[in-house]
Design a protein around this ligand. Structure first.
Ligand SMILES: Cc1cc2nc3c(=O)[nH]c(=O)nc-3n(C[C@H](O)[C@H](O)[C@H](O)COP(=O)(O)O)c2cc1C
Length: 407
């Protein structure tokens, strides 16, 4: 599989401010600066007092070829007002690593050092790469700050699960510099501009009677992140969903549905107008053959519910779509993703995104996901565990690369 993550064209000639805060991952910021520089960006660095305990100012100055800003007052590193100077110069800010402290400050508009004052003075895109021990990441206060940051439109990349400092491992490791670079490139990315994309999300509900249904545990988060990310990349989006999404930009049309049949109708009706369809919903395979007209009563004893197959949304879309439409299926499996290879090679999707919903940190209701991309030829590429937003970005990058390859 081709992994499109160089970000070179998007970053060429851009002015980037790299903020570094006081986490152990600060040493990786030096490599990130180098990669941003290689991608053609001009990089200026602003470091907190904590960051200076982990990484030398001179290292960053040598890599970027520019003086590093470490203080707001009493220095001529960037003139008499370094934060406004940097903010006016920058096309985007990236903070890597972003400590729990910096997340809290930025989420609440605090600006008591050169880094956070620069963020406060800047009105463009801000990419934050959190890095911290699992306990710090899982603190309710940190989770609350992350929600605020996302509501404010900040772009968070990572953290990911993996090895941490002092021999520990778990969620909280900073995203790899290449993935941060791809996210920074992403803020300039309008690779889906001009395209109409459809995303399905959530678990379908198949009525037993007017009150009860057969359903599944899908929260819809993965599909909602896919819709948001497509809108960020410039697409016009139709989101067909069984669950209520968070606030969506006006380029996203939300179409609420309930059952597999409703979903099939909505998707198939739009088939000929789509450039891309990503079917992330967990669609029931079977539904009650007869739906009771009134609520079943306990006093009538346990009902015998006979099931019948539901419409196959993916197969029906492939039949109806135009030749140039890219179709992506999802497969939620348990105990490994081997069965998803059959789905990828059978139904005519361009690729399938498979995940094992029983593995920790993956699947229904979680904020993270570990997925495997399976090509139509059955070739599997597992991605590392990342946030669902990160997975959404990787899927859209793969769609764009595939469409580019196909001309
Ligand atoms: C050895 C060591 C490693 C640390 N690593 C992290 C880290 O990875 N993430 C984090 O949020 N805080 C970490 N801290 C705590 C921060 O350095 C501390 O909260 C500091 O106030 C952050 O300041 P800053 O956000 O202004 O850079 C670490 C502290 C020490 C002593």
């Amino acid at each position: 599989m081709r992994t499109p993550r160089s970000g070179r064209p998007a970053l060429h000639g851009r002015n980037l401010v790299l903020g570094i805060s006081g986490g152990i991952a600060a040493y990786k910021a030096a490599y990130l600066a180098r990669r941003l520089h290689e991608a053609g960006a001009q990089v200026r660095t602003v470091m907190t007092g904590g960051a200076l305990r982990f990484l030398g100012e001179q290292t960053m100055a040598a890599i970027t070829g520019r003086a590093v800003v470490t203080t707001l007052f009493g220095s001529d590193q960037a003139g008499p007002s370094p934060h406004t100077e940097l903010a006016r110069w920058a096309d985007a800010l990236v903070v890597a690593p972003a400590t729990a402290n910096v997340l809290a400050k930025v989420a609440n508009g605090l600006a008591d050092d050169a880094l956070t004052a620069t963020v406060a003075a800047f009105d463009g895109p801000v990419v934050l790469a959190p890095a911290m021990h699992t306990e710090m990441w899982q603190q309710p206060a940190t989770a609350r700050n992350v929600r605020l940051l996302e509501e404010d439109g900040r772009c968070l990349v990572g953290p990911v699960a993996g090895e941490l400092a002092a021999g520990d491992s778990g969620m909280g490791r900073m995203a790899e510099p290449e993935d941060i670079l791809a996210s920074v490139a992403g803020v300039f990315d309008d690779s889906l501009r001009g395209l109409t994309v459809l995303v399905t999300a959530g678990g379908t509900r198949e009525a037993i009677d007017p009150v009860r249904y057969v359903g599944n545990r899908s929260s819809g988060k993965m599909g909602h992140e896919l819709a948001l990310e497509a809108a960020r990349r410039g697409a016009t989006v139709v989101l067909v969903t069984t669950t209520t999404p968070p606030d969506m930009p006006c380029s996203v049309e939300v179409v609420p549905v309930e059952s597999a049949e409703d979903m099939a109708h909505q998707v198939w009706a739009r088939a000929s107008a789509l450039d891309v369809a990503v079917l992330a919903a967990a669609v029931a395979d079977f539904r009650p053959a007869d739906v009771a007209g009134t609520k079943l009563a306990r006093s009538d004893g346990p009902p015998r519910i006979v099931l019948e197959p539901t419409p196959n949304v993916l197969a029906g879309l492939v039949e109806r779509k135009e030749p140039g439409t890219t179709v992506v299926g999802f497969a939620a499996e348990t105990g490994g993703v081997d069965r998803a290879v059959r789905k990828a090679t059978t139904y005519g999707a361009d690729f399938v995104v498979a995940n094992d919903v029983t593995s920790p940190g993956s699947g229904f209701g979680t904020d993270t996901n570990q997925v495997t991309i399976i090509s139509a030829a059955g070739e599997s590429t597992p991605l590392e565990m990342m946030t669902k937003r990160g997975v959404a970005g990787a899927i859209w990058s793969h769609v764009s690369a595939l469409r580019e390859d196909e001309g």
